[in-house]
Design a protein around this ligand. Structure first.
Ligand SMILES: [Mg+2]
Length: 268
């Protein structure tokens, strides 16, 4: 069991994990956040949220400048504490994705609505975010989030059509996410670790926390995986076989987050 003096890195999903699914509060996790900060353990946000949403949240969490993974892995930002920002982007930008989605919708008569189709107010109504936070959620750079409103049959046709265009589809807590094929939280974390200057000096022991199917590739690639009890109907299926390094929490949201870190990290 690693302890606080080991070279740990915590990689976390936000909604339904560090943040409560409904209220977006992280209150129960505050003592752990303080502990991580005190021991200079990096906390890497790995979320479907946009960079515009993550950066102010990092400020509130007291981890400004830490590397993060946004838009479900389509965008990675390395440590920017020293002022220069290095970003990695999955290869298709937002306007290209929206253009392709509009074309497919016309061609196949698919019924779905993406963030590009919604107003800030509509996104606020669906997510429970304030209108100004919804505006930040709509400031997308490398992926589109959408609500599917058509049959399952049409959905598999949609998936095939996206695949042929070089895109993949991942399920998050509330939305489906469209991004370049080969990207995702797992690929993004691999890129982040290999590109992180700190990682060249030492290998991090990674602990990942997530509650949704879109977290599976990240949870498969960390040393210790915390599967937080979620709200999604689709269970998280991990492909790793080392059951001892996987912990499924009894609590959901930030309470489950705390439970997971308590389970894997020894506090002297
Ligand atoms: Mg989640």
């Amino acid at each position: 069991m690693p302890g606080l003096h080991d070279p740990l890195m915590i990689v976390t999903d936000l909604d339904g994990s560090l943040l409560d699914h409904h209220t977006y509060s992280w209150q129960p996790a505050q003592p752990w956040l303080d502990r991580l900060k005190q021991h200079q353990i990096p906390l890497v946000i790995c979320s479907s949220k946009t960079a515009s949403e993550i950066i102010p949240l990092q400020q509130q969490l007291g981890i400004s400048g830490a590397p993060f993974i946004a838009e479900n892995g389509a965008l990675v930002q390395l440590d920017s504490a020293n002022g220069d920002t290095v970003r990695h982007h999955a290869g298709k930008d937002y306007s290209e994705i929206c253009h392709c989605l509009r074309r497919l919708r016309q061609q196949y008569q698919f019924r779905f609505s993406g963030f590009a189709d919604f107003t800030d107010k509509e996104v606020a109504d669906i997510t429970g975010l304030s209108v100004s936070d919804a505006a930040l959620a709509r400031r997308r750079e490398a992926s589109e989030s959408l609500v599917w409103r058509d049959s399952e049959e049409q959905f598999s046709a949609f998936r095939d059509a996206l695949d042929a265009e070089g895109f993949s589809l991942t399920q998050g807590g509330r939305f489906w996410h469209v991004m370049a094929k080969g990207s995702g939280k797992g690929a993004a974390l691999a890129w982040l670790l290999q590109s992180s200057p700190a990682h060249q000096l030492q290998r991090f022991i990674t602990v990942g926390l997530g509650d949704g199917p879109n977290d599976a590739p990240m949870l498969d690639s960390v040393d210790y995986a915390v599967v937080i009890k979620g709200h999604s109907k689709t269970p998280i299926v991990l492909s790793r076989a080392d059951r001892l390094n996987i912990y499924e929490t009894r609590h959901s949201g930030p309470d489950g987050w705390v439970e997971g870190l308590d389970y894997f990290i020894a506090q002297e």
